[in-house]
Write a protein that binds this ligand. Sequence first.
Ligand code: GLN
Length: 486
Amino acid sequence: MNRLYELPAWRAAEQIRCGELSAEEYVAHLLDRIGEVEPRVRAFITLLDRENLLGQARLIDKRVKAGEKLGRLAGIPIAVKDNICTLGVRTTCASRMLENYVPPYDATVVERLKAEDAILLGKTNMDEFAMGTSTETSYFGPTRNPWNLERVPGGSSGGSAAAVASGMTPLALGSDTGGSIRCPASFCGVVGLKPTYGLVSRYGLVAYANSLEQIGPITFNVRDCSLLLSIIAGRDPKDATTINAEESYEASGGSLKGFRIGLVRELLGEGTHPAVLEAVHRFAGKLEEAGAELGEVSLPILEYALPAYYIIAMSEASSNLARYDGIRYGFRAEGEGLDWSREFSLTRSLGFGEEVKRRIILGTYALSAGYFDRFFLKAVKAATLIRRSLLEAFKNYTLLLAPTMPIPPFKLGEKIRDPLALYLCDVDTVPVNLAGVPAISLPAGFHEGLPLGAQLIGPPLGEQTLLKAAASYEEVSPESFRRPPI
Ligand code: GLN
């Protein structure tokens, strides 16, 4: 196969484990693909050195030859978002503040991938500290959408999604605080899953808004998504918020008889691009074709999701980012005659980008005496009501269906000067984080050569059900799962 990079990860791993495919050949092929497309896409902040990667692959081949039993990701390269700590490999959060930060430990998810014999390929570009929807706030410059280099790949895990879509890696990890896995998955035409809050360990994830975020898989197909989730999910003593997961997740597919799918009325109205509406209805039709029954559900409380999300996310960010003081680690502004307070303030003015500073300031405001009740507390109450109303909906529906993004991928630079316009793009993704439930974004068709996405939303711990529906959809809609012509 000359397009080895299109091989699903699960199959490549199977072939490597039985000696049918050499890990070295596979990794070399992907590195060639990277050499071909990365100069245009710029999905990575850090790529591991070619000789090092090939050396790791050769070691895998050697162990296969020796008859050793290898892990579920034997010889499979994976790209990891640059806010997930990797031992000895710099982890920048796409910020000048952490430009040279090299973690002395692996995040739990990375440890688990290595235990399955995966190969860390590199660290992917993102919005600075995961604050954004387009990967344009990165200190290292934007990533481009492999479907159209003038368009954004979505964000904040834009590098991960662009790398998977363009065949530079079969697997990637992203993080999703308010849509950062699903948005770029949708804009790049790949699969992205945001797990139930607590299902995947956040140990080693640089915190943005801890009460909302989860690490999750970004892959080209549903079965790879299940495989990756099976590996990273589950209780971790190092993260007290984690819960037990299934032994493994299957992308079984087949008939959806008995499934009731609820289209969320409030997310299919005003402000949604007609092409997106059409794609979501077409998606619903495919599920019906697979045996599901469709209905419509109204959740008026979702009107408050966006403001509640931004108040909570910014408040938590203002507190989490207080640790970047130039003293313990990270960037430090030094100068003759600077006293402690000037140095501290200069460190933060120069170390953080505009969007991060805007959020720290707004978050500090929302938490300050007198405003705490009016903003933060109210937002938390709204989140509780949103969770309640979603749980209520799951009494009648197996899964809910909505657009992932209200609009198709937009042009680079189009919205970056208008923060509010960018925030509004998150209207369909944030309810899921406020409610702590899982959701998967799937390719749902194209508009003028650009991919569109739809998301299935599940009840708490409904990942297995989501993956089954996703796999059935993939079976009946293979034309939606395409590679960009790059
Ligand atoms: N776009 C949203 C934000 O800017 C979500 C980001 C994320 O999920 N990390 O906050």
